[in-house]
Design a protein around this ligand. Structure first.
Ligand SMILES: C[S@@+](CC[C@H](N)C(=O)[O-])C[C@H]1O[C@@H](n2cnc3c(N)ncnc32)[C@H](O)[C@@H]1O
Length: 308
């Protein structure tokens, strides 16, 4: 790490501000939605232990739960007769509050969205709410693991998801190993991370050691192979509009840059040479392309479905 730079994750509220802007400027959730609509129904069709009247689902690093509700909706539609016990692990208190509020009041929508979209989402939250119980764990995945091990409680899950959160754990290998070990017979673990050939990988491979926090853009596939796990990969194509980065003094550009570099106030705290190198690198073909006067960062993702 260089100079007095601080990790973005050290400030929950600020992190959330940058993440929400990132969601707004990218097709991140849209490409996940496409995967959930087109592929997930087949993936979840086979989960569930024979004779069981309920399904146990665990979301790790769920954020505000937007994607969780979509996943739960698909599980419910494939297993209409079963109740769902949904457990959530999320360390950010603001994110967890949003999730709870969404669950309770079916509110918290972005009112700038078309009304039809809001109504659809509200209906989804309400239909998921029926016959579904929620357990909240305000903690990190490491704390959850520690607590479970200390209490000697053995919980098994039919579906576990870790979506865009593995960069923040202490050990990617240990996290995957632990959560995979919680799978019930026929269970599936869904991991969504950035693609090996996308902009994030290139950026972090080049500058990661100079950013405040060493986010782990590791080769998850190799880890799964080493652990002899069986999995299937789905490529999700996604864009992030980073044009605002290059407008001097643009506040949104600064927030997005903070999110990309996992730094608190990158432009103010990073050394001049690092700032110049990063800004120049972000325009390179390894990261971005130019389209209709905009600079579009390659935000491609991978959904990895790991079998029991
Ligand atoms: C990029 S957000 C993704 C949120 C959500 N899964 C989504 O895709 O919309 C990463 C989430 O991981 C959470 N997180 C960070 N460190 C974590 C940890 N050690 N264990 C569990 N979750 C963590 C953050 O609070 C945040 O909500």
């Amino acid at each position: 790490m260089e100079s007095s730079m601080k990790s973005l994750s050290s400030d929950f509220s600020y992190y959330l501000k940058t993440f929400n802007l990132f969601l707004d400027r990218s097709t991140e959730h849209m490409c996940m939605q496409k995967f959930i609509d087109e592929k997930l129904p087949d993936v979840v069709a086979s989960i569930g232990k024979e004779g069981s009247s309920s399904l146990n689902v665990l979301g790790v690093g769920s954020g505000s739960g937007k994607i969780d509700f979509e996943i739960l909706g698909k599980i419910k539609s494939k297993h209409p007769g079963l109740s769902i016990r949904n457990e959530v692990v999320e360390p950010n208190p603001e994110q967890l509050s949003s999730y709870k509020a969404e669950r309770k009041h079916a509110t918290g929508h972005d009112w700038r969205k078309p009304l039809a979209q809001i109504v659809l989402h509200t209906n989804l939250v309400m239909s998921v709410g029926l016959n579904t119980s929620f357990t909240w764990n305000h903690m990190s995945s490491e704390e959850y693991e520690k607590k479970a091990k200390e209490s000697h409680e053995i919980k098994q899950f039919d579906f576990i998801h870790m979506i865009q959160m593995l960069y923040y754990v202490e050990s990617v290998h240990d996290s995957i190993k632990y959560f995979h070990s919680l799978l019930e017979t026929n269970g599936k673990l869904l991991i969504i991370i950035v693609s090996d050939d996308g902009g994030w990988h290139s950026l972090w491979e080049t500058f990661g050691s100079r950013f405040p926090r060493s986010c782990l853009f590791l080769d998850v596939r190799k880890m799964l192979d080493d652990m002899r796990m069986k999995y299937k990969i789905y490529e999700l194509s996604s864009d992030l509009d980073i044009t605002e980065y290059f407008i001097e003094g643009n506040e949104n550009g600064e927030l997005l840059l903070d999110f990309l570099t996992e730094s608190l106030h990158f432009r103010k705290t990073a050394p001049t040479d690092l700032k110049a190198e990063v800004l120049q690198y972000l325009r390179q073909p390894q990261c971005s392309r130019e389209e209709n006067g905009k600079i579009i960062f390659n935000n491609n993702l991978q959904a990895i479905v790991v079998n029991y």
